[in-house]
Design a protein around this ligand. Structure first.
Ligand code: NAP
Length: 535
């Protein structure tokens, strides 16, 4: 596409989105290279290799849909695959489509600067290499920078400590060990039951309980495998178009349309249903009617009380500060039951906060406990974390970190003004829901945009500022209409000092689809396309 570049498209990140982008850009005839900090493909599913890590979207809903052959040949073992199976799948995809030859592992991007004269990006990596690309696509993820709380003494601890999001590839042995887990979000509640089975003693440090409901995982039966194979076109159509990117059917009624007995039966059905269907297929007014939400919460609270033997422990595990859906709810397997084991205890940090980590363990206001191993399940610098650490500088040397000092501004969650030829699918302003579906929409759109530019002889793509402002205004306008509150890390709330801005597309996937259709019918006028002198 130009003689002054090493590659047309440089992709950063070998997660689900980056692999997809590499595949699509190469298929469209661009020269592509992909840089990845880790030693293998997987992204989130490479780093979060903690025991118990698994999808909580159905495996087949999460998988790639760009190849029917791939769909038909890969037989997922479980409705919600564990991390090892996911990593195997992604390696299979990389090998099947011969993507590895364009991937460089162990290469962390340390800086990326836009050159105005040539409309190219110069990218440097931790292995002291430099590469020049026409287009830079950062598929660096929204949950990829682990967050460690600023607890005094963390480095003093003499035992082993790991963050769930940076889990070592060598096995971690819990047997006969005294283990602490700090954090009870989706990662914490997945690892806790596994450690509980192995450790001599497990102490769970919980600051805020979540509304956890059963994942209801199961092996995929032969009949289900046959259905998956027979129905690819219909399944793909549903996943490509459904608002949250799931196969789940929406319910047809509000809570008040059922009597009490019917409601209870329906909630039982929801409790027994797989994963996110408790959000997508629940009463249609679950997030709009406080009474419906309260009834569901009370049902879940009753379940917790019935599962956890000690009343005081059960009470601590029931959220009091937020309603169901105001934060991203975790899905669990045997989580509540773990607290019935004699080797498991719960420390409620809302009553007795952590004071410091010591050489031997953790000290709270109630005293100290000694550990051999501490697991930090304390989350991520969501949305913008990875992009702001990459040393990205756009036009006139403007640092992305400065440009977004008050929070991210984007168009469609793919581009921002002042950073021409730079794209970030699956980054800030992506939608809540099944990530690969929404991110895949963005990857497809970016690829189509690059092809459009090439077909018309353009090599510079920059969003029209008015289009970006309208998109940001849409996001701000719709924040009040979605279910998440400022208690959610979707607002950056979990990271001290981070601006409080909604980090997702509050218009959701339908809004993205509508906008993309409009842009295409309008000949991509939401972007300024031009040709660099002398290229
Ligand atoms: P998270 O939801 O942000 O949870 C972090 C936990 O750490 C919370 O319980 C938080 O307590 C606690 N914490 C943070 N700072 C603390 C401190 N200073 N002292 C004590 N506790 C502290 O992070 P996560 O569990 O890693 O999950 C993040 C997201 O990753 C999920 O929401 C989900 O989107 C994704 N995920 C997905 C899967 C899956 O698909 N299967 C699995 C795991 C994660 P507070 O609530 O009080 O802040």
């Amino acid at each position: 596409m130009g003689s002054n570049v090493d590659v047309d498209v440089l992709v950063v990140g070998a997660g689900i989105t980056g692999i997809h982008q590499l595949y699509r850009a190469r298929e469209a005839g661009f020269s592509v290279q992909l840089l990845e900090a880790g030693d293998g493909p997987g992204g989130t599913w490479f780093w979060n290799r903690y025991p118990g890590a698994r999808f909580d979207s159905e495996s087949y809903s999460y998988a790639y849909l760009f190849s029917k052959e791939l769909w038909e040949e890969w037989e997922w073992q479980e409705h919600f695959a564990g991390q090892p199976e996911i990593e195997r799948y992604l390696n299979h995809v990389v090998d099947k489509f011969d993507l590895r030859r364009d991937m460089r592992f162990g290469a962390r991007v340390t800086s990326a600067s836009y050159d105005e004269a040539t409309a190219t990006w110069k990218v440097r990596t931790s292995d002291s290499k430099a590469i020049t690309a026409r287009f830079l696509v950062a598929a660096t993820g929204i949950l990829s920078v682990p967050f460690f709380p600023d607890v005094p003494g963390r480095d003093d601890f003499r035992g082993e400590q790991h963050h769930t999001g940076l889990w070592p590839s060598t096995p971690v042995d819990f047997a006969d060990k005294r283990v602490a887990v700090v954090g009870t979000g989706s990662s914490g509640v997945q690892i806790i039951p596994v450690i509980a089975q192995e450790a001599a003693a497990l102490t769970v440090y919980q600051r805020t309980p979540n509304w956890c409901t059963p994942l209801n995982n199961a092996p995929i039966t032969d009949d289900q495998q046959a259905w998956l194979r027979a129905d690819f076109a219909a399944i793909k159509e549903t996943l490509d178009t459904s608002p949250a990117g799931f196969l789940h059917q929406m319910h047809d009624r509000k809570a008040a349309e059922d009597d009490e007995r019917q409601r209870h039966q329906f909630f039982e059905k929801m409790w027994a249903s797989p994963g996110f269907s408790k959000l997508t297929s629940n009463y249609t007014d679950l997030f709009f009617d406080a009474d419906t939400n309260a009834q569901w919460c009370e049902f879940v609270a009753d379940k917790v009380r019935s599962l956890v033997h000690e009343t005081a422990v059960a009470d601590k595990l029931i959220p009091k500060d937020h309603r169901f859906g105001e934060k991203r709810p975790p899905f669990v397997t045997g989580y509540y039951e773990s607290f019935n084991q004699p080797n498991v205890s719960l420390v409620d940090l809302s009553e007795t906060p952590i004071v410091r980590v010591t050489e031997a363990g953790i000290e709270t206001t109630a005293g100290s406990r000694e550990f051999d191993l501490i697991v930090w399940a304390t989350g991520f610098d969501f949305g913008t974390g990875a992009l702001l650490r990459m040393g990205i500088q756009g036009r006139d040397g403007l640092a992305l970190a400065d440009h977004w000092a008050d929070g991210p501004t984007t168009f469609l969650g793919v581009q921002t003004e002042g950073f021409p030829n730079f794209f970030f699918p699956g980054g800030p302003h992506a939608a809540a829901g099944n990530n690969p579906r929404y991110n895949g929409d963005q990857v497809d759109f970016i690829t189509d945009l690059l092809v459009h530019a090439r077909d018309h002889g353009y090599d510079l793509i920059e969003v029209d500022p008015a289009a970006e402002q309208a998109w940001v205004a849409m996001i701000e306008r719709n924040v009040a209409r979605q279910s998440f509150t400022e208690k959610s890390y979707y607002f950056g709330t979990n990271v001290p000092g981070k601006p409080r801005r909604f980090l997702l597309n509050s218009g959701g996937r339908p809004k993205l689809h509508k906008e993309i259709a409009k842009i295409k019918s309008n000949d991509y006028k939401a972007f300024r396309l031009s040709t660099v002198q002398g290229s």
